[in-house]
Ligand binder design. Structure first.
Ligand code: ATP
Ligand code: MG
Length: 282
């Protein structure tokens, strides 16, 4: 006899066909986005336009967008957030994190399956995360998997079957190599994830994560000290900085968490963390 329990179980079994990695996407975006610059808001708005284009335009059933930027600039979370907010029935992420230990053939099979699965849904978003890692790219000697490259080029460029619509959001820190690898031709647009390059942006981040107690003078003092050290105060100062600030949001948040461990000297820990980043990039 079929009972109500069977019915719900059946529903659970159907769900993976479409939304199987909902949890995976949610896990990626759970820490949220800090709008440390108007650019961040603009990126999400642009994302919405691409989503609408895919959903509505007859002429472009497939749109693919590249999110590029420095390591740790927030590419994965921006792409996943745009995908999640689309509310399309199929939103999945192709993540190299889930392919550790895969052979080249297994990777190709896993990537191809996600695209093939998406063709069953009328509206889909696929986040192709970290092209460089999917390709096993090594900057030393430019070695990478040509088979995975060819697979990605074909799948990203391919139109979905009739009546199906697909938005591909890929992320990469490959910089110029993107062009040499042939990706430029398969992307319809590209978006740059902004790094944090001046203290006004930093202040928004520190305020948002409450490194210093709300209303205490700590935040203002720290920004003053960083300014005295030579970091640029605002966007125009960042063009000719005494001391260049160039840090991805991911790295900055990890510096903040380290500073938080010692509340009495959080400002100094933060300063040292940022000076280290400057040192590393020299
Ligand atoms: P990698 O180069 O290592 O792949 P990434 O550029 O993909 O890094 P993410 O993995 O997206 O960077 O990490 C960004 C982190 O910063 C996430 O924890 C995210 O929650 C947080 N974050 C806060 N504000 C923003 C923002 N404005 N944009 C993107 N991420 C943000
Ligand atoms: Mg990433």
């Amino acid at each position: 006899r079929v009972n109500k329990g069977d019915f719900f179980q059946a529903l659970d079994e159907i769900k993976p066909a479409f939304g199987a990695s909902e949890e995976e996407i949610q896990e990626v975006i759970q820490n949220g986005i800090i709008e440390f610059d108007s650019e961040v808001h603009e990126i999400l708005e642009k994302g919405k336009l691409f989503v609408n284009q895919v959903a509505r335009s007859e002429r472009t059933p497939r749109v693919s967008v590249l999110l590029h930027g420095l390591p740790g600039s927030g590419k994965t979370v921006l792409a996943a957030t745009i995908g999640w907010r689309s509310e399309f029935p199929f939103v999945k992420i192709i993540s190299p994190d889930r392919m550790v230990g895969f052979s080249e053939a297994q990777k190709i099979a896993a990537i191809t399956k996600i695209f093939t699965d998406s063709y069953k849904s009328p509206l889909s978003v696929i986040v192709v995360d970290s092209l460089e890692r999917l390709l096993d790219w090594t900057s030393l000697g430019n070695r990478f998997s040509n088979a995975v490259l060819q697979t990605l080029l074909v799948l990203i460029a391919r139109k979905p079957p009739k009546g199906r619509r697909l938005l591909v959001l890929a992320t990469s820190s490959l910089g110029q190599h993107i062009t040499n690898l042939g990706f430029s031709e398969v992307f319809d647009a590209s978006i740059k994830a902004p790094p944090i390059s001046h203290l006004e942006q930093l202040e928004v981040v520190l305020d948002s994560v409450e490194l210093f107690p709300k209303g205490s003078p700590g935040l203002r003092q720290t920004i003053q000290e960083l300014s005295d050290a030579g970091f640029p105060r605002n966007a125009s100062a960042a063009e000719e900085p005494t001391l260049p600030l160039l840090v991805g949001i991911k790295k900055l948040l990890s510096i903040v968490e380290m500073a938080r461990q010692e509340p009495e000297s959080a400002g100094h820990r933060l300063m040292n963390g940022l000076l280290n980043v400057v040192g590393e990039s020299r």
